[in-house]
Design a protein around this ligand. Structure first.
Ligand code: NAD
Length: 252
């Protein structure tokens, strides 16, 4: 789908990978709704790209539904959804310092996995009612998993489970929505230079970058955005999860 003139919703659009994708979509002529838990972050990006900022918690059915309604009232029906909202909680090793806190496990699953599904179901409900474009296409969805879905790190059971869930639902959701002309793909990034990673000490970031076979560095958010835009453009890409990681395979 050519994003030019289309309405696009980007969750987590106020920072990092979502921000880069919101900017790239706007540069291609899309009308972008920047959805984020952080109202100020969303407003900053939206103001920069001539889009609309909507404060939203993707894990809440009510909040997400209200945000999609508000975005479409301002920009028109949406055909593009990019799910970048997500969190990572500090390392919690199971079997250390008492039982693993269940509330933290649930919180990561609620935002990263349930939040992604919540946005998909609400977006698909309205996109499936739109007139079909060329080739019968009505919409396209890009989700964000992580290489943590495959190479889980110590202390990251919740994060890996949440991202594994996003990978696992990509094909069935794509098959469900195929009859509506809505495509669904997922990007599984390696390690990218975003505010989410900025908390890591510089030497840790440097050694992680050096461990990437090629290119031996961390990914740039613009490289994620370029793949997200390619998925939007390429009608034959559907039901697929694509690793974007410079061939890194993480040790525990
Ligand atoms: P980031 O922290 O820079 O941006 C994430 C954004 O999501 C923030 O603006 C935050 O406010 C928003 N957000 C958090 N919870 C939300 C909620 N409940 N509702 C709405 N918005 C919410 O992080 P990033 O690095 O850009 O990560 C984007 C996505 O990519 C995440 O899903 C993350 O897990 C995934 N990812 C990142 C990396 C990386 O190396 N940066 C690697 C693999 C996967």
């Amino acid at each position: 789908m050519n994003p030019g003139g289309q309405t696009a919703i980007v969750t987590g659009g106020g920072s990092g990978l979502g921000e880069a994708t919101a900017r790239a979509l706007a540069a291609r002529g899309a009308k972008v709704a920047v959805l984020d838990l952080g109202a100020e972050r969303a407003a900053r990006v939206a103001a920069d790209i001539g889009g609309v900022a909507v404060q939203c918690d993707v894990s809440s059915a009510e909040s997400a539904a209200a945000a999609i309604t508000e975005a479409m009232e301002k920009l028109g029906p949406a055909r593009i959804l990019v799910n970048c909202a997500g969190i990572v909680i500090g390392v919690k090793t199971i079997g250390k310092d008492g039982p693993h806190p269940l509330d933290q496990f649930r919180k990561v699953i609620e935002i990263n996995l349930v939040g992604t599904f919540n946005m998909i179901r609400l977006f698909a409900d309205q996109a499936s009612k739109l007139d079909a474009l060329e080739g019968g296409e009505r919409g396209v969805i890009v989700n964000t998993a992580s290489v943590a879905a495959y190479d889980g790190q110590i202390g990251q059971a919740a994060y890996s489970a949440s991202k594994g869930g996003v990978v696992g639902m990509t094909l069935p959701v794509a098959r469900d929505l195929a009859r509506s002309g809505i495509r669904v793909c997922t990007i599984a990034p390696g390690i990218f230079k975003t505010p989410m990673m900025a908390g890591m000490p510089q030497e840790v970031q440097d050694s992680l970058g050096a461990a990437v076979p090629f290119p031996p560095r961390l990914g740039e958010p613009s490289e994620y955005a370029a793949l997200a835009l390619h998925i939007v453009d390429n009608q034959m890409l559907n039901g697929e999860t694509i690793r974007l990681d410079g061939a890194i395979r993480m040790a525990p």
